[in-house]
Design a protein around this ligand. Structure first.
Ligand SMILES: Cc1cc2nc3c(=O)[nH]c(=O)nc-3n(C[C@H](O)[C@H](O)[C@H](O)COP(=O)(O)OP(=O)(O)OC[C@H]3O[C@@H](n4cnc5c(N)ncnc54)[C@H](O)[C@@H]3O)c2cc1C
Length: 444
């Protein structure tokens, strides 16, 4: 066991609020805006310098997943399109509707929503520890450029993606695949420009049977060429498919390809290794595109993620638990706070290239129950986004951004209700959340 030191510090409580939201990704921004629109005094704290999480800092493009109408997902898509005219859904494929997103426009849209709702935003504020008083979470401590600062809150929403607050508060945590703890690989996404649209293909995944239209490999399935070049060492070790999504602008492709396996997203040294390895892989992937894929001969890197993308880390055991069958059969529930959530069970292989189960498995539109956002043992806290309660396979469906936005909105309503009524999340009747969402026009 590592040596431990005892570190004590007197931390000033610089703010008190109704709702503290930790992490400003798609779920956190929606949670903060949603709570503030209900009249709560909200502080949203983010470790990086901009909001948006994977949507912006992760260069993740397109927004995937579907939910019933009327949620903040619809609002965000509409606002993106108002600024960036290219933001229209691309043709639906097996992975559903793709909403291309210009991450610079996304920053503007999310900032505007935060400001208009009256949320106090902190950036450059990394969560350090949970405040625990009388056995419940009552806020959090942040590392800032001016030392440690505490924020006291009636309710805290953990939307860090990694369940940092829940883990610090001693909540019951699960991690990775049930059989071996395996985590989906990490990836640095990037975008290439200079693509010749008259011939360039787009590719949504390793099951896409699209063929190479011209040149040396004309008529060959693109996915087979990727596998071949992977075997021959021209693509990185586990990169057996180079996904090419259309962006909101012609002449570009968003590339989801690089990957590292068996590194922990919770270990900074592992994250450092991932950063070094994945940047190197970007170059290899671009070389492959330029050399073998018609229309990409003159492509170049336009932008890349500012941070390694983490698909999976902790999940927080909640008072409800979403199981594989719920997603596979499309379970609907009276306590649902996100209705008709849909995405494939998309498990990037924890132990190698491609998909863990050969290909992404089907799902039916299902509901996310309120209790999946409520930690089983820990009061004062709600979870939004990736780490809600359920199995590794179910997580592989709900982790996409459309669904995370909708559950963030619901978490914000719940947090504002708990704060206004003075009740714990476990004691809040889900009907209260549903009533507010329905009044906003959300289909449940
Ligand atoms: C490589 C990759 C490709 C993907 N592809 C797609 C795709 O094509 N389409 C799609 O819809 N989804 C995709 N996903 C999934 C999706 O992007 C995420 O699951 C989704 O963004 C989760 O939203 P979130 O709000 O829970 O977390 P995140 O987007 O991860 O946001 C978490 C936020 O919390 C902040 N935070 C974390 N720790 C702290 C801390 N200690 N203190 C303060 N702030 C903190 C982070 O900086 C971040 O801003 C992809 C994910 C990855 C990693």
């Amino acid at each position: 066991m590592a040596e431990c030191i005892l570190y004590q510090s007197s931390v000033p409580v610089v703010r008190e609020c109704d709702v503290l939201v930790v992490g400003a990704g798609p779920s956190g921004v929606c949670a903060a805006v949603s709570a503030a629109r209900e009249g709560a005094k909200v502080i949203l704290c983010e470790r990086y310098g901009s909001v948006g999480g994977m949507l912006t800092m992760g260069n993740v493009d397109p927004i995937l997943g579907e939910v019933a109408g009327g949620t903040y997902y619809d609002e965000i898509v509409r606002r993106l399109a108002e600024i960036d005219k290219g933001t229209v859904p691309t043709t639906g494929t097996r992975i559903g509707r793709e909403i291309p997103v210009n991450r610079e426009v996304a920053k503007i849209v999310l900032d505007r929503m935060i400001e208009d709702a009256g949320v106090e935003l902190w950036v450059g504020a990394a969560f350090v520890d949970a405040l625990i008083e009388n056995g419940k979470v009552t806020g959090a401590i942040f590392a800032t450029q001016n030392g440690l600062k505490a924020v006291r809150a009636k309710i805290t929403v953990d939307s860090t993606g990694d369940a940092c607050v829940a883990a610090a508060a001693g909540a019951e945590i699960e991690i990775g695949r049930e059989s071996d703890g395996g985590l989906q690989p990490m990836t640095l996404e990037f975008t290439v420009t200079g693509v010749d649209e008259s011939i360039a293909i787009s590719v949504w995944g390793g099951s896409d049977p699209i063929k190479i239209p011209a040149g040396e490999f004309a008529g060959m399935e693109y996915r087979e060429l990727c596998k071949q070049k992977n075997r021959e060492g021209e693509l990185p070790e586990f990169v057996s498919i180079v996904r090419l999504h259309r962006t909101s602008h012609p002449g570009e492709r968003s590339v989801n390809a690089t990957q590292v396996n068996n590194l922990s997203p919770l270990d900074p040294a592992d994250m450092g290794k991932a950063e070094l390895e994945l940047r190197d892989q970007i170059k290899k992937c671009v070389d492959f595109l330029q050399k073998y894929i018609p229309g990409f001969e003159n492509c170049s890197i336009k932008t890349s993620a500012d941070t390694v993308g983490v698909r999976e880390s902790r999940r927080v055991r909640g008072i409800e638990y979403i199981v594989d069958k719920d997603v596979e059969d499309g379970r609907h529930r009276e306590d649902g706070i996100v209705h008709n959530a849909w995405f494939l069970i998309d498990i990037h292989n924890p132990k190698g290239g491609g998909q863990a189960e050969g290909y992404s498995r089907p799902a039916q539109p299902y509901d996310i129950p309120y209790g999946a956002l409520v930690p089983i043992k820990t009061d004062g806290l709600l979870i939004a986004g990736r780490p809600i309660s359920g199995t590794h396979r179910a997580h592989a469906s709900w982790r996409v951004m459309a669904i995370c936005m909708a559950m963030g909105e619901a978490a914000g309503v719940a947090a504002s209700k708990c704060s206004a009524l003075g009740v714990e999340p476990r004691d809040l009747n889900p009907a209260e959340v549903r009533k507010v969402l329905t009044s906003r026009g959300v289909e449940l």
